[in-house]
Design a protein around this ligand. Sequence first.
Ligand SMILES: O=C(O)C[C@H](/C=C/C(=O)C(=O)O)C(=O)O
Ligand SMILES: [Mg+2]
Length: 427
Amino acid sequence: MKRSVFAVALNHGSQTAAWDERFHEAPYKTPPKTPVWFIKPRNTLRANGDAVQLPPQLTTYSGGTLAVVISKTARKVAVGDAAKFIAGYALANDVSLAEESFYRPAIQAKCRDGFCPIGEVAMLEDVSNVQILTTVNGVERQRWSTAELHRNAAELIAALSDFATLQAGDVILLGTPQVRVELAPGDDVVISAAGLPSLHTRFTADAVIASQPDGQPTLFALGLNYADHASELDFKAPEEPLVFIKAANTITGDHSVSVRPDNLEYMHYEAELVVVIGKTARNVSRAEALQYVQGYTVCNDYAVRDYLENYYRPNLRVKSRDTLTPLLPKITPRDAIPDVQNLQLKTFVNGQLTQSGTTHDMVFDVAYLIEYLSSFMTLQPGDMIATGTPKGLADVKPGDEVVVEVEGVGRLTNRIVSEKAFEESLK
Ligand SMILES: O=C(O)C[C@H](/C=C/C(=O)C(=O)O)C(=O)O
Ligand SMILES: [Mg+2]
């Protein structure tokens, strides 16, 4: 079962209380209006009883929480109907480094190997006031209640399924308090709650051979990885890769439709080269990185900028919407591309060339991105990296035909439809 694991930050009252003053200042400007989603990619997933290696020299925290498991396809679910889409609940551990900022996605803090152990599923009738208990080596270190959460499981299912269709087996972690439990090598951590199987994880300094994760291949994407695109958005080029993750629900195919939500100011295309990982990669050097590439393909990393909030920006509601990541199914083998940093990227809207750039202008090149990501997480065959888009964005409207092209790799065509027309087509 290839599941996606979503999580929400700032959903516990103690977090928003602790950060409230900061959230009224730059770069946040205002407290979050919508759930602050993030993804726990498959390299983070572990089962009950698995050991997890603590990253050396980094203070790491346990984040015991409750997870809701989806029972069947859930699309635009009303809060009152959410119970029909719940298979049960599980205890989980949102393991994390300290979060110094919520502005940009916290990939290094949240997505390291083993940073999401999830226990066995069981049904609970009432989760409005579940006591989540964390013990370390048999001593109680944290106790909190789901009654302290801003949004409950039903509200989170409704909010997420409004833009991302959920599948059976998908999981949502409901959040954690501001104060977390610091971990040390050798710690035996047990997360427990009445009516649910406990979750036991042993944290170690030693290298751990992990079980094969059962999650969806990870789709990484890069923000501002072309200096000219950064400048057209009034940003400086980033000093380290601005990585975000897109969930499987957003991917669609060639000659598909992409839905432009109604009542929008601005939805733009983004022609991008996509790297497909071919071999398990961990701590890979830049010099050897391309040996871990299976090949390349093309995506259109659409963005609905109306929905941008300055929390884990670009947030999932902008970048992980259903149908807004057309991806060419054909993978061009690595050896068919002599120099991946010398490829033309183009976008045509209704036959007119509207975007043109070259992979030579990437701020962080393909080999460096593999070295960077594999330095703190294990990349698996099938994982993909959408490497960013150059200057030349423009709004697209229903009826537009959008073609994105990467020299030597392929052309990807799709058509924009309005949300109204798309919903009509589903009836
Ligand atoms: O505005 C931002 O935070 C950057 C964000 C993502 C950019 C890309 O996906 C890219 O540069 O390819 C955005 O523009 O939504
Ligand atoms: Mg992009």
